[in-house]
Design a protein around this ligand. Structure first.
Ligand SMILES: Nc1ncnc2c1ncn2[C@@H]1O[C@H](COP(=O)(O)OP(=O)(O)OP(=O)(O)O)[C@@H](O)[C@H]1O
Ligand SMILES: O=C(O)C1=C[C@@H](O)[C@@H](O)[C@H](O)C1
Ligand SMILES: [Mg+2]
Length: 176
């Protein structure tokens, strides 16, 4: 049996949800789930294709359906959400009802550095943008999304967030 814990990571694209999520899941011997990947596997379509062929509304519908499936599933997982997940439908309320939400608050300068280096091409939202446009896009995203991210039960801040920091915050959270 896995530990009775469901951990959900939220934050801006590039804040490190997937990288950090994999590390934490491996240390806790939890299952790691990436919501974007789950949607792609479940629908057989790339997210960029869902956006271009069916629109963002359809993607947000699918995102909520897959999120509910994960949250209602077995405990003992770390879920990395999409950057927009907490901000649509009642997703953030649902996450907080069923799991321990963790916001990765990383500076925009650090995110910019990471995204500029990341050549995976998996972020159509930033494709083709120069540095100035990218920082503006990140600022706008933060302005519209931060109020959702801040509803998280735990906030981890910094440009080098460690699993140890999460463990100590989890202990404090469960003691309180
Ligand atoms: N602590 C870190 N220090 C330096 N680079 C990092 C760190 N964490 C992640 N990265 C790098 O930053 C990039 C973005 O990380 P990652 O894909 O984990 O972010 P994400 O929040 O899952 O993004 P998305 O929301 O777009 O899926 C990757 O290239 C990753 O290798
Ligand atoms: O920030 C966003 O709105 C998105 C982030 C990605 O993870 C995907 O979920 C999708 O491309 C939308
Ligand atoms: Mg990711």
């Amino acid at each position: 049996m896995r530990a009775p814990l469901k951990i959900v990571l939220v934050g801006l694209p590039g804040s490190g949800k997937s990288t950090f999520g994999k590390q934490v899941a491996s240390l806790l011997n939890f299952v790691f789930i990436d919501l974007d990947q789950l949607i792609e596997e479940g629908t057989g379509k790339k997210i960029s294709r869902i956006f271009s062929e069916e629109g963002e509304g359809k993607f947000r519908e699918l995102e909520s359906i897959y999120l509910k499936k994960v949250l209602d599933g077995l405990e003992g997982f770390v879920l990395s959400t999409g950057g927009g997940t907490p901000c649509f439908n009642d997703n953030m309320e649902l996450i907080n009802e069923k799991a321990v939400s963790v916001y990765l608050e990383v500076s925009l300068e650090e995110i910019l550095k990471r995204l500029s280096k990341d050549k995976s091409g998996k972020r159509p939202m930033f494709a083709g943008l120069g540095e100035g446009e990218m920082i503006l896009k990140l600022k706008n995203l933060l302005a519209s999304r931060e109020s959702y991210y801040l509803q998280s039960k735990i906030k981890l801040s910094g440009d080098d967030i460690s699993a140890e920091l999460l463990f100590s915050e989890l202990m404090a959270f469960f003691k309180s």
